[in-house]
Design a protein around this ligand. Structure first.
Ligand SMILES: Nc1ncnc2c1ncn2[C@@H]1O[C@H](COP(=O)(O)OP(=O)(O)O)[C@@H](O)[C@H]1O
Ligand SMILES: [Mg+2]
Length: 283
């Protein structure tokens, strides 16, 4: 499927989390512990699907790697460097991100072209001259036309007037333009209608395969988990509960994944709200 480079020990480690703990609202009635000693290693070039019930710590895992908040204890390494103390903007030089909300990450009143140049000014693209270079404008137009959404002739259109699917496709393009070392996708198709979601997923798979991007992708879709990527991790209560490697994943079916969730529930590790969620969203 996407990436033939599987997680063998021969590939260098791109992400490494060692004993990472994170508590929000510590010492208050609202205390939550979404990371409880997370250990996770991701080899370069691997495409990891992240599953787990609501509140299991999936977004927190991605945010911790991106540096959205300081962790309590533990070590986070990216591309061979200890980035635990790095601020978010410094880590952003290595990371591309797409969130669930199509309104995140873009300026709605600005045109497609200006959004790309804004990203350039934020330092996402090397060189401020980027937006003014006609070569790069042409390249951008070519890439946008490859989306097959008819947007190449609408580069001056305000991004806010586009559909969610169009915006997510463009955001994905922006996030991957300079081949980030790591791509973080947090339910980036969850807010889209099924047809747009399929389009954005196809684009995602295509870009990741072409650029051989190391990727962590959170999804609620069992079908996406089966069809995409070369590894699945399942988060539960702030930890990695299951880790399905490439060989095992090739044989995995939606029913197998459902029964894993079901087993967890039976062992009373999952609460009822998650069970409801599974019934509603996964079947
Ligand atoms: N910035 C934050 N402040 C306070 N609590 C948070 C914050 N981010 C996440 N949480 C809490 O941490 C837990 C895990 O959240 P999250 O990682 O977003 O779950 P998931 O993405 O798996 O649904 C939840 O209880 C959530 O409310
Ligand atoms: Mg989340």
């Amino acid at each position: 499927m996407s990436n033939p480079k599987l997680n063998t020990d021969l590939n260098p480690k791109l992400v490494k989390l060692t004993d990472v703990f994170k508590t929000f609202n510590a010492g208050t009635v609202n205390e939550v512990r979404p990371m409880q000693g997370v250990n996770l290693t991701i080899t370069e070039g691997s495409f990891v699907i992240v599953l787990g019930g609501n509140g299991s710590g999936k977004s927190t895992l991605l945010n911790a790697i991106a540096g959205s908040f300081p962790i309590d204890t533990g070590i986070i390494e990216l591309d061979g460097q200890d980035v635990t103390q790095w601020p978010e903007h410094k880590r952003a030089t290595l990371i591309g991100r797409v969130f669930q909300n199509p309104f995140s990450g873009t300026a709605p009143s600005m045109s497609i072209l200006d959004n790309f140049s804004l990203a350039a000014k934020r330092g996402k693209f090397r060189g401020l001259s980027w937006a003014h270079s006609s070569n790069l404008q042409d390249e951008l137009k070519d890439r946008v036309s490859e989306l097959k959404m008819g947007l190449e002739n609408r580069m001056d259109t305000a991004i806010g007037s586009l559909s969610g699917g169009q915006r997510q496709a463009l955001t994905l393009l922006m996030a991957t333009w300079l081949k980030p070392k790591l791509l973080l996708l947090d339910e980036h198709t969850a807010a889209l209608d099924p047809k747009s979601a399929d389009q954005v997923i196809a684009l995602t798979d295509q870009i990741i395969a072409k650029e051989k991007l190391t990727t962590l992708m959170v999804t609620h879709s069992m079908q996406q988990a089966i069809n995409l990527g070369d590894r699945i991790i399942m988060m539960h209560k702030g930890n990695v509960l299951h880790d399905v490697n490439a060989n095992e994943k090739q044989r995995l079916r939606v029913d197998d994944l459902l029964s894993r969730f079901e087993n967890v529930r039976r062992r009373e590790l999952l609460d009822e709200s998650v069970a409801d969620l599974l019934r509603l969203r996964y079947i």
